[in-house]
Design a protein around this ligand. Structure first.
Ligand SMILES: [Zn+2]
Length: 246
């Protein structure tokens, strides 16, 4: 950002960094300007991308663990945005979250009831019992999403790439259905949550210039879904090819 302000053109320098849990990246250009870059994407967008990359790289087990983690973090985001909409102070939300932070089943319960309250009683969408159509498995022998996820995450089950795509599609569409619902009903508060996410960088900046970076992740609050996870993976493949050639 400082090079840009001084030379009126952006620096063409690139730095590769290790992905960080907090989404805050400090970097120094060859003129000695230090910038703190905050990635706008929420945790669930980054985690789903990890899952997609694992799948492209040939690790379906790791894809499912990341996709399942993405869904859990999305429910947290859903609860946060909906509480903001209902005038809950973030400090009170954080205090309450401590009681559920170690148990994903409690967090899922939080999603169910915030959805119920926000929709005046309509039943929340749930994928636990959803089954994909698998080519070489009968319906009776097909695991539902919850059984499949638990087998992979807790029992060391090694899924095929095809099965991973089939279950990944269930989560992909579920996430986008809920993103659409959140944006339609609570769009201003999705923006507020994004603003709050970025504002952390200004608190951590310590005098450094702050810049924001937007990643075109395949689960993305700013985008609409493609018709399938496979199509989304194609766009990710293209993006990687471009990065490799830079
Ligand atoms: Zn610079």
């Amino acid at each position: 950002m400082q090079c840009f302000q001084e030379q009126l053109e952006p620096s063409s320098e690139f730095q590769s960094v290790e992905i960080r849990d907090d989404g805050l990246y400090s970097s120094t250009c060859n003129k000695g300007h230090t910038t703190l870059t905050v990635v706008q994407q929420q945790k669930f967008e980054i985690l789903f991308e990890f899952g997609a990359m694992a799948l492209l790289d040939g690790y379906p087990r790791e894809a499912i663990t990341s996709i399942a983690a993405s869904l859990e973090r999305f429910y947290e985001f859903y609860i946060t945005v909906t509480c903001m909409k209902h005038n809950i102070e973030l400090v009170n939300l954080e205090k309450t979250w401590k009681h559920v932070s170690a148990q994903s089943e409690r967090q899922f319960g939080g999603y169910l009831f915030t959805y119920l309250v926000d929709h005046q009683g309509s039943e929340p969408p749930v994928i636990d019992n959803d089954k994909p159509n698998l080519l070489d498995t009968s319906r009776g022998n097909t695991k539902n999403w919850k059984e499949f996820r638990n087998a992979v995450v807790h029992k060391g089950y090694i899924p095929s790439v095809n099965d991973t795509l089939a279950y990944g599609n269930i989560v992909y569409h579920h996430l986008y259905d809920l993103i659409k619902d959140l944006k339609d009903r609570s769009g201003n508060f999705v923006q507020k949550a994004t603003f709050h996410h970025i504002a952390r960088a200004h608190e951590a900046a310590n005098g450094k210039v702050v810049s924001t970076m937007i990643l075109p992740t395949i689960i993305n609050l700013e985008q609409k879904p493609l018709e399938s996870l496979e199509k989304a993976l194609d766009t990710l493949k293209c993006r990687h090819r471009h990065i490799m050639h830079m």
